[in-house]
Design a protein around this ligand. Structure first.
Ligand code: ZN
Ligand code: ZN
Length: 259
């Protein structure tokens, strides 16, 4: 079964294509289960996300498409929710979602994956950045609010790699993921960025596998043509690590299916 749980829409102001175009492309790509997971609204970094007033349209449109394409594809409702240790939009957790993707895109108020702010890397100690990043990731898991951990090593996006071994911190974050009964995603977006590889690394996937943490797949598409991009590479990597099943969620209940 082909499952793709991480996809954006033009509502988040930095993606293109209508939601229906995404669904049609997903059907063409022979995806069986397709999840919309647009960035959550919040009173922070507003220009790259939908507003709370857009949420009813988002949910209604998913419901309409779900009905219209029933029998051809199953569509799921989700949000990619920013985890900020010092700020939370609690009302987001009241919406009925099939699953919640938790993501770390900020260290403090620095949006480290945004090319606009890339110069900040030169001003910081890269190892400190990575430590802070994995600490935030662990806190995300410990918050107990999420089902899926997004792109676990996103900080490598522009190829600023740590120069010391961070395995203890990675393991600690993954143990928190395991305790929270979450899964981690294998996300194709890195293939479209400087780093030129999936998130997370094979090393992280191997640790996750040894901890029996499930995986799911996500295109993280911000444009119609990005749906399914590099899917076969992601599948072969997952198989190489040892995985045979991937996760999907309905009403926040996880099911593992063969891929
Ligand atoms: Zn993300
Ligand atoms: Zn995303």
């Amino acid at each position: 079964m082909r499952v793709d749980l991480h996809n954006h829409t033009s509502l988040c102001n930095h993606a293109t294509g209508t939601m229906e175009e995404y669904v049609l492309r997903a059907i063409e790509e022979k995806i069986d289960v397709f999840g919309f997971s647009c960035h959550n609204p919040m009173a922070f970094d507003e220009q790259y996300r939908m507003d709370f007033k857009d949420l009813p349209f988002y949910f209604d449109e998913i419901a309409r498409l779900k009905e219209k394409y029933k029998g051809q594809i199953e569509i799921l409702t989700a949000l990619e929710i920013d985890f900020l240790p010092s700020f939370a939009e609690e009302r987001l957790f009241d919406f009925p979602l099939d699953y919640r993707i938790g993501a770390v895109h900020f260290l403090g108020d620095w949006g480290f994956d945004n090319p606009e702010f890339i110069r900040e890397y030169a001003r910081r100690d890269i190892n400190d950045c990575w430590s802070e990043y994995y600490k935030a990731t662990e806190m995300l898991a410990k918050s107990g609010k999420f089902d899926i951990l997004a792109h676990m090593d996103l900080l490598k996006v522009f190829n600023y790699r740590p120069t010391k071994d961070l395995r203890p911190q990675i393991e600690s974050a993954l143990k928190a993921v395991k305790e929270a009964n979450m899964c981690i995603e294998i996300n194709a977006a890195g293939f479209r960025k400087q780093v030129q590889e999936q998130y997370p690394s094979e090393e992280i996937l191997q640790i996750a596998y040894s901890l029996e943490i499930p995986i799911c797949f996500g295109s993280d598409a911000h444009a119609v043509e990005q749906i399914g991009f590099k899917h076969s590479e992601l599948v072969s990597l997952a198989k190489q690590v040892g995985y045979t099943k991937c996760a999907l969620y309905r009403n926040r209940e996880r099911e593992l299916v063969e891929f």
